[in-house]
Design a binder for this molecule. Structure first.
Ligand SMILES: [Zn+2]
Length: 414
């Protein structure tokens, strides 16, 4: 995610550490004489100071192996109608309960899918966690398949604005000239407001998503679009498949009237999803993306890790942008014309979200206490790109302005 001031602080810290290392002269180490060593008392290691608050990673009772979602939208009520089929396995110890994050759902049914049968399971639901009582005790190596039918109500339960998980924009079309859209925002633990999961960054799951929409809408999700099939009732179901595991907070979908501008990097699709009236500026806004992918792949000596890369601009996004795996979402400040691009381009945020595809998405922190690793590296990606594309002066200027903002901001406030 792009969080400006926070990123700048961490970037300065990292770059500051680096510059300190360069500035220091190595000191010569004098070996101790035998006499001096004999006189030196054995030092006891000082005890490590106790942390007042240690944020460990979440305890893993199960590993989430695969998530299949079949979803449709109720625009009138701003609900998501869902069926989730999850494959899980005990992580180590035997398990007779499965606890899932599922915030503000109406749970209709929970079933265990056995070889041929579907067995209804008992559960206890408190509006946040779904505690499913399994039919027996399962051991490590014994996968289970659970199917949950539910309605997600993201606006209910008094969530903070940036923690709804799923957002409906102009859902009934009452605002003239404003597009109807639905999009998701998972980081940190908000995706469990629209599908049941283990909403922790130390889980990684492959994913399938079947999204049923009115046929005029375009959809986007992680991975590749396997097919788009017209339904008998006039709707269309798009089947997106992500066959590389990734953390639940990086799952996404978006629905709306978007124009897709197609680009490519090597054999991969690189697409820009924008509102039709801004589509002709897509290449001017996002057009450096294939070159950036090459640059980062070469710099990291690790090719872009996912099966495609899409970027979408949505209305009223809750932050600057979000690096969902293979499908980054951007705020509507990027809805600009080539005239506006004369004054300002968006390479920094585009580079930031792209660098996250390696740092955050491919390599994921175990706990949110380690979020600075994600964000500082993504911000470092901005610096790398700017230095590469526009020269070291531009890179250094970007770094300097970042630092300047840190020190100026408190002064401006006073
Ligand atoms: Zn970020």
């Amino acid at each position: 995610m792009r969080i400006y001031i926070f990123n700048y602080i961490v970037l300065s810290f990292l770059l500051g550490m680096q510059s300190c290392k360069v500035a220091q002269k190595p000191q010569e180490v004098q070996p101790l004489s035998a006499e001096a060593m004999a006189d030196t008392p054995v030092q006891q290691a000082a005890p490590l100071p106790e942390l007042s608050l240690y944020r460990a990673e979440a305890t893993r009772h199960f590993i989430l192996k695969h998530t299949k979602l079949e979803i449709a939208l109720d625009w009138e009520n701003q609900y998501l109608l869902g069926r989730a089929t999850l494959e899980l396995e005990p992580y180590f110890y035997d398990q007779s309960h499965l606890v899932l994050d599922a915030k503000n759902f109406e749970v209709h049914q929970v079933n265990l899918l056995a070889s041929e049968d579907s067995i209804p399971l008992e559960y206890v639901y408190d509006g946040k966690s779904l505690d499913i009582i399994l039919d027996k005790t399962y051991q490590k190596g014994q996968p289970i398949h659970i199917r949950i039918d539910y309605t997600a109500k993201p606006n209910e339960g008094n969530p903070k604005h940036d923690q709804k998980g799923l957002y409906f924009i102009n859902p009934t079309g009452e605002i003239p000239g404003k597009p109807r859209q639905a999009w998701t925002q998972g980081e940190t633990d908000s995706n469990s407001r629209w599908f049941p999961t283990i909403d922790e960054p130390n889980q990684k799951s492959t994913q399938e998503m079947f999204i049923t929409v009115d046929s005029h809408f375009t959809t986007l999700s992680n991975g590749v679009l396997v097919y788009a099939k017209s339904d008998e009732n006039g709707t269309r179901t798009d089947y997106w498949k992500m066959d590389q595991p990734h953390a639940p907070y990086l799952f996404m979908f978006a629905v709306g009237d978007f124009h897709i501008t197609e680009d490519e990097w090597e054999d991969l699709k690189v697409d820009y999803y924008m509102e039709p009236k801004f589509a002709k500026y897509s290449r001017a806004i996002f057009g450096h993306t294939p070159e950036m992918i090459s640059f980062f792949s070469d710099t990291l000596n690790y090719p872009f890790p996912w099966s495609k890369y899409s970027q979408i601009v949505v209305r009223d996004f809750v932050s600057g942008a979000m690096e969902n795996t293979s499908a980054s979402v951007f705020m509507d400040d990027l809805n600009v014309t080539s005239r506006e691009l004369i004054d300002y381009e968006w390479d920094d945020i585009i580079a930031h979200e792209l660098f996250h595809q390696w740092f955050g998405d491919l390599v994921t922190c175990e706990s949110w206490a380690n979020l600075p690793l994600n964000e500082s590296l993504a911000t470092y990606g901005e610096y790398l790109w700017r230095s590469h594309k526009y020269g070291m002066d531009e890179g250094d200027y970007h770094y300097m302005m970042s630092c300047t903002l840190i020190w100026l901001k408190p002064k401006i406030k006073r």
